[in-house]
Design a protein around this ligand. Structure first.
Ligand code: ADP
Ligand code: MG
Length: 853
């Protein structure tokens, strides 16, 4: 195999300074004003623009100007929120791992992909993303997925001398390549520049949100139109009818909703990242919240992925090997140590991973299992790795074994089921021993050898399946991979949260079952399946797997895909982990594809929605917790916002129903002040509510945002109470001022009454904000300190209220005046009234739930 020496660190540093980092040019940013313009010309904004235009035509310039101010303030606000969300998303992308293996200073080292320079020699293995444009120096069974360049997804085979383009994925084989162009010089950069204008397709959440928003807006317009016609028929002035209709439409349109949701998702994503879970698109935050089924692999997620070869079995008997971690010293015990040493050397030759001493510690370099083979060989023979093989037949999940050719010998190691059948004579005790070792939770690897006849050159390009036959079995190696210490606790938590967990692993059924038992994953009755035995029929498969604690062993990537589909067909929201080259389809099919940040392949990470920066199973559960919390927050501020709408709409309805005889309690401008003034900050603060303590103590729910609970709370409980207080306060002040039914109230009195009604709504909303913090307990049972933002938001809300009432110019513009003291006191009662209604509702629900169970 021809390899180049690579650059020295100094050369590389120099070149890096000249050429700049190996990064794609940052996407040409859409100019700020364009984005801002977009915020002011979307569907709602256009509706409001129309309203403003009509107001002008109807000779109501003040109203028109006010509406325009609303559109602008709203647009600016939405823009700021979107920017913050995008910044958060960009920061998260920067956390994605991007290490490359290169030869520098004659040594194999890991560097960040952005540090690559022309002339670097990179080592590529299946699953890697080619980090820059390169020319292959050597290639074995090398095939790349170039679909990101050509759109053609069939793997393209490559040989030494061929180019391998940056951004493509190595899906098979391995090789070394010399970097020919980096960063902006790459072919991908050219294409990216061409396509950067492409808009990504809408995601399910944004579709759902848009639907909600469209429906509400449609409703608003519909109601407005109906009332417009009705009021004309009743004999209203054209102008009054029109004013009324605009009020209704503006009151009902949820202007600030979309950006608030986006920001809330971004904050959720950021919190997940703080707990090592990286989502690759914001909507995944919401999907995580509704996850019901986790399919996890074993190695590295549930276990530590710190392999230690503790036993070697040969026909002479078992040999026990002791030692700490990847340190080469250790003890040996048993008969047939010589045979065991041969097994270890063969296994090491067939491995690429090594144990290395750096930073004061022995560590695994490369695959931990292969590093363990190196350690085993050192412990048994005291030797360091010898000559490098001249050809490798790398591991793939279908063959489940790996071989290397050294001189005229082929050394092979892999899963016993796939190695034993290609060996010539397998003594009976060996097969038994596989089961015995696996039942102890050991990963069992069979090691075999074949002496090739004739010159090695004759075997240069023979396919793996032809080479790996007629072998001589040397022995078995048992590797220990202890479970992560806290994984049993995490599984218990996940159970409480109503999540079902299945272990989907490539390992031996007995090994998998033993680990599953150790960590308390096994369900009762125990169900351990093998990939090959899965039922053909998808419906039967779904029914079989739809329970907790199933272990599926020896699965192929295709079977993983089937598992994901079968569970989804049963209504589950499935999170599926994967690390291999071929896991892409299963990861994409699952609702949440989960990839490993430390050990997985780039291919898997590219297909995933969630990347575990620490490879830990617990991170999936933590992400689900945060997802639920974020969903709950969106639900919270939706409840809050819609309650306000009820209070805003009621005065118009009463006005219209009374045929204009009962005066209008709130004007259009007051409604706008509520929507974009007092209401905005508390809604944002509700979106930042930290996860409740019991959020993982409840079963998952897959709900629409506008579910029954929300509708009941808003339209039957909180909304009516708030509206009733508003109208009561309004009538009381009017009555106190000497107004009686049927009269037209004197202007000053009407403004004071309207100010009282406005105050009542603001105070009701203040209480509502606290009431919305929890769906189950009254607000006084929650700590104040847990959402400081809300306290500030509420103070701001009160300040805005004061400004709207006591700055004469503004108050007059809004059509209100400070209420008389009695009216003010009455308005204060709106807050306790809302809290009381909330408390009664929550207690009743609790009692109902208790009587049900
Ligand atoms: P897991 O789900 O535990 O990560 P994998 O799909 O990675 O399982 O591996 C499946 C089986 O393939 C292992 O149990 C082992 O027998 C075999 N195997 C895995 N990696 C290698 C390797 N590098 N060399 C040889 N055999 C391997
Ligand atoms: Mg694995």
């Amino acid at each position: 195999m021809r390899t180049a020496e690579g650059l020295s660190s100094e050369q590389a540093a120099q070149l890096l300074k000249q050429a700049g980092p190996n990064q794609l040019p940052a996407e040409k940013p859409v100019p700020q004003w364009r984005k801002l313009w977009g915020e002011m010309t979307h569907f709602f904004a256009l509706m409001l623009w129309c309203a403003a235009g009509l107001a002008f035509i109807a000779d109501m310039p003040q109203l028109a100007v006010a509406i325009i101010v609303v559109v602008i303030v709203n647009g600016v606000f939405a823009h700021i929120q979107q920017e913050r969300a995008q910044h958060a998303a960009a920061r998260l992308r920067g956390l994605l791992p991007a290490d490359v293996v290169v030869r520098r200073d004659g040594k194999v080292r890991k560097v960040h992909a952005s540090e690559l320079v022309v002339g670097d020699v990179v080592l590529l293995a299946a699953g890697d993303r080619v980090p820059a444009d390169t020319v292959l120096l050597s290639a074995a069974a090398f095939a790349v997925d170039e679909s990101m360049l050509t759109g053609e997804s069939a793997p393209v085979p490559k040989i030494a001398g061929d180019p391998a383009w940056g951004g493509t994925f190595l899906v098979n084989g391995y090789g070394e390549a010399s970097v020919s162009a980096t960063g902006t010089g790459t072919k991908l950069a050219g294409i990216a520049a061409l396509t950067s204008g492409a808009v990504p397709p809408p995601t399910p959440l944004s579709q759902e949100l848009r639907r909600i928003v469209r429906v509400t807006a449609g409703m608003a317009l519909g109601i407005a139109a109906v009332f417009f016609l009705a009021s004309l028929l009743v004999g209203f002035q054209w102008r009054d009818s029109f004013l009324f209709s605009i009020g209704v439409a503006v009151a009902l349109v949820p202007e600030g909703l979309l950006p608030t949701v986006t920001l809330s998702l971004a904050m959720g994503a950021q919190r997940m990242a703080g707990r090592s879970g990286l989502v690759r698109n914001l909507e995944a935050v919401e999907t995580l919240g509704s996850t019901t089924f986790i399919c996890t692999d074993k190695t590295g997620t549930l276990t530590q992925n710190r392999m230690n070869a503790v036993e070697v079995f040969t026909v002479a008997g078992p040999v026990q090997v002791t030692g700490q971690g990847y340190a080469p010293d250790g003890g040996v015990q048993g008969s047939g140590v010589e045979g065991a040493a041969k097994v270890a050397l063969a296994a090491r030759t067939a491995s690429q991973g090594r144990a290395e001493f750096h930073d004061g510690q022995w560590r695994a370099q490369g695959d931990p299992m292969e590093a363990a083979m190196d350690v085993l060989a050192r412990r048994l023979t005291g030797t360091e790795a010898g000559a490098a093989p001249w050809r490798r037949l790398p591991f793939d999940p279908v063959r489940r074994r790996e071989s290397a050719l050294l001189g005229a010998d082929l050394f092979c190691k892999g899963a016993p089921e796939t190695v034993l059948p290609v060996c010539e004579a397998v003594p009976g005790p060996v097969k038994e021993q596989v089961e015995v070792m696996a039942a102890r939770g050991l990963r069992v690897i069979a090691v075999a050898r074949r002496q090739l006849a004739g010159a090695p050159e004759a075997w240069q390009s023979t396919p793996a399946l032809e080479l790996e036959t007629g072998m001589e079995l040397l022995g078995l190696i048992g590797l220990q991979d202890p479970p992560r210490p806290d994984v049993a606790d995490v599984i218990r938590t996940a159970r409480q949260a109503g999540l079902r967990i299945a272990m989907i692993t490539g390992d031996h059924p007995a090994t998998a079952a033993a680990i599953a038992r150790q960590i308390g994953l096994t369900g009762s009755p125990e169900l351990v399946l093998e990939g090959a035995d899965l039922p053909e029929d998808d419906q039967i498969l779904g029914a079989l797997l739809d329970r907790d604690g199933v272990v599926v062993s020896r699965v192929s990537p295709e079977q993983k895909l089937r598992v994901a589909k079968a569970l989804q067909a049963r209504g589950h929201v499935v999170a599926m982990t994967g690390d291999g080259v071929n896991d892409g389809p299963a990861l994409r099919e699952a609702d949440i594809g989960v990839a490993m940040g430390l050990s997985g392949t780039d291919v898997a990470r590219e297909a995933a929605d969630l990347v575990l920066l620490d490879d830990h199973f617990g991170t999936i559960v933590a992400a689900i917790e945060q997802g639920r919390a974020t969903y709950a927050n969106i639900h919270r501020f939706l409840t809050y916002h819609l309650t306000d709408n009820v209070a805003e709409l009621t005065p118009f309805v009463i006005w219209a129903l009374s045929g204009g005889r009962f005066p209008l309690a709130l004007g259009v401008l007051q409604i706008l002040a509520l929507d974009i003034g007092t209401d905005l900050l508390p809604a944002l603060a509700l979106g930042a509510e930290p996860p409740g303590r019991r959020i993982l103590a409840r079963p998952p729910e897959r709900r629409h945002l506008m579910d029954r609970q929300l509708i009941i709370r808003v339209f039957c409980i909180l909304g009516p109470v708030e509206a009733a207080m508003e109208m009561a306060v309004f009538s009381a002040v009017l009555a106190g001022g000497g107004w009686s039914r049927g009269q037209v109230p004197e202007a000053g009195l009407l403004m004071a009454a309207s100010g009282a009604a406005f105050t009542a709504v603001v105070l009701g909303q203040l209480a509502n904000a606290f009431a919305c913090r929890s769906a189950t307990v009254p607000p006084w049972k929650l700590g104040w300190g847990t959402n400081r933002l809300l306290v500030w938001a509420v103070l701001a809300e009160l300040a805005i209220l004061a400004v709207c009432l006591y700055i004469p110019y503004l108050a007059t513009l809004l059509g209100q005046a400070p209420p008389p003291p009695a009216g003010f006191l009455l308005a204060l009662l709106a807050a306790p009234a809302v809290l009381l209604a909330d408390w009664i509702h929550k207690s009743a629900r609790r009692r109902l739930r208790r009587s049900r169970t």
